[in-house]
Design a protein around this ligand. Structure first.
Ligand code: ADP
Ligand code: MG
Length: 236
C-alpha cells in the first residue's frame, strides 16, 4: 500500500476541478469544489446519498454543465467540449446495454458511431471480449446473461475506444455481495493492467477501501477528506 501512495505523490495531474459549483434553483448540489486527479490513479468519491458524487462525475463526463468553475484536463478547459469528444468512458449502475444488440455489437457500438473501419472494430472488440473474459458470450443478447456479465459488457464498451479516463458511478451497486467482490478484484486488475485513470463512485466504505489508491469523502457537495484509505482510517 505505501509503495502505491509514494507513486501517487509523484504522479502528474491529469484533471483539475477548480471552484466547481452546481446549483439547481436555490439548492447547491456541488459547492465550490477543488480537486486534482493524478494520471493513472484509482480515485473514489465516497459519501452518502445526495452528497454530490454523481453530479460531480456527470460534470466531468459532460452530461451536466457546471453553474460555475472550471474542469481542466492537461490544463485545457473541458467545459464546452461535448461528452463524446472528452476521451472519457462511463459506466453506470444500471448496465444500460442495448437490449436488441448482442454482446459483440454492444461493445463495438462506440466504434461504430466513431466510424472506425470493420477490421479495426473487429480487432478491438475481440481484445475487449478477452479482457473481460466474455469470448464465449459474444453472440448472446443482454437478457441472456447475468447482472455481473452484463456489467462486464458495459465496462468493455466503455473501454473499447481507449479513453484516458474511466468514470464509474456505483457500477456494482445492483449486484449481490459475492459477485460484487469478484468484480472488485477484476476491476483492480484491469486498472493495474491498463494504467488508465479511474474515478469511481460508491457509498460503500469497504468497497472504497478495497479498490482505491485515494478516496475523496463527499458531504453536502464538498470534499471533506482526501487521502489513501489508510490515511483516512488513521485520521478520520
Ligand atoms: P449522490 O450521487 O452523492 O447520491 P447527487 O450528485 O446525485 O448525489 O445529488 C446531489 C444532490 O443534488 C441531491 O440532493 C439531489 O437530489 C440533487 N440533484 C441532483 N440532480 C438534480 C436535478 N436534476 N434537479 C434537482 N436536484 C438535483
Ligand atoms: Mg449518485
Amino acid at each position: 500500500m505505501s509503495a502505491v501512495i509514494k507513486d501517487n505523490a509523484q504522479g502528474k495531474t491529469l484533471v483539475s476541478l477548480r471552484g466547481l459549483n452546481k446549483h439547481y434553483g436555490d439548492f447547491t448540489a456541488v459547492d465550490n469544489l477543488d480537486l486534482e486527479i493524478q494520471e493513472g490513479e484509482f480515485l473514489t468519491f465516497l459519501g452518502s446519498s445526495g452528497s454530490g458524487k454523481s453530479t460531480t462525475l456527470s460534470m466531468l463526463a459532460g452530461f451536466e454543465t457546471p453553474s460555475s468553475g472550471e474542469i481542466l484536463v492537461d490544463g485545457q478547459s473541458l467545459v464546452h467540449v461535448p461528452p463524446h469528444k472528452r476521451d472519457i468512458g462511463m459506466v453506470f449502475q444500471r448496465y444500460s446495454l442495448f437490449p436488441h444488440l448482442n454482446v459483440r455489437d454492444n461493445i463495438g457500438f462506440p466504434l461504430a458511431i466513431r466510424k472506425l473501419g470493420a477490421a479495426e472494430t473487429s480487432k478491438r472488440v475481440d481484445a475487449m471480449l478477452k479482457l473481460v473474459q466474455l469470448e464465449p458470450f459474444a453472440h448472446r443478447k443482454p437478457s441472456q446473461m447475468s447482472g455481473g456479465q452484463q456489467q462486464r459488457v458495459a465496462i468493455a464498451r466503455a473501454l473499447v475506444y481507449e479513453p484516458r479516463i474511466l468514470l464509474m458511478d456505483e457500477p456494482l451497486g445492483a449486484l449481490d455481495k459475492k459477485l460484487r467482490e469478484d468484480l472488485q478484484d477484476e476491476l483492480r486488475q484491469l486498472h493495474r493492467r491498463l494504467g488508465i485513470t479511474i474515478v469511481y463512485v460508491t457509498h460503500d466504505q469497504e468497497e472504497a477501501m478495497r479498490l482505491s489508491q485515494r478516496i475523496a469523502i463527499f458531504s453536502h457537495g464538498k470534499i471533506v477528506g482526501l487521502g489513501s484509505g489508510y490515511d483516512l482510517y488513521q485520521n478520520p
